[in-house]
Ligand binder design. Structure first.
Ligand code: NI
Length: 184
């Protein structure tokens, strides 16, 4: 396994549509996934999409641990709001309902910055895991946000393109001056 170089905003690989994976169980995909997991953990990220490591394929890894959620979750909420370390290949997202939710996002391809992004609050997603088995889940909160953010990478979209007000694109080091309410 190795830690891969992360492409930063401005590299063309981050603006193109990534290709579907033909065989999720192929050895080179397994190697890619293992390297992506190691790279994400090393960079302390919540998610990583293959285009971010210069590979234009529809592969992503993410995790939505409970400590990333705002406030305490009730027991019945944990199922939708959190996710273990997950590999998702050829993902598809379905938006459930019209509710939108705002939250601060960062991206390993845009180091040092944070942006306030509104996204659908409730989604269903499906795709294949690293062994080719089908995954189908519903997601809310940070879990829904990270999946949408990573899937956007597969379509060449970075989070600033989802922002309605670039006033809330800020340096992380200035984030102590902000509260979510001011950003809305
Ligand atoms: Ni990102």
């Amino acid at each position: 396994m190795s830690i891969l170089k992360i492409a930063r905003m401005g590299h063309p690989v981050l603006t193109r549509i990534a290709e579907p994976v033909a065989d999720p169980a192929a050895p080179q995909i397994r190697r890619l996934v293992a390297d992506m997991v190691q790279t994400m953990i090393d960079a302390n990220g919540a998610g990583l999409a293959a285009p971010q490591v210069h590979v234009p394929l529809r592969v992503l890894v993410f995790q939505a641990p409970q400590e990333r959620s705002q406030g305490q979750l009730a027991e019945e909420e944990k199922f939708d709001h959190t996710a273990p370390l997950t590999v998702l290949i050829n993902p598809e997202i379905e938006i459930l309902g019209s509710e939108m939710e705002g939250g601060w996002e960062g991206c390993l391809s845009i180091p040092g910055l944070r942006g306030f992004v509104e996204r659908p609050a409730h989604i269903r997603y499906r795709g294949l895991d690293g062994t080719g088995r089908e995954i189908a889940r519903t997601a809310k909160g940070f879990h829904a946000r990270v999946v949408q953010h990573e899937c956007d990478h597969l379509d060449g979209i970075l989070y600033p393109q989802r922002m309605s007000d670039l006033k809330s694109l800020i340096f992380e080091t200035e984030s102590r001056h902000w509260t979510p309410r001011e950003a809305m």
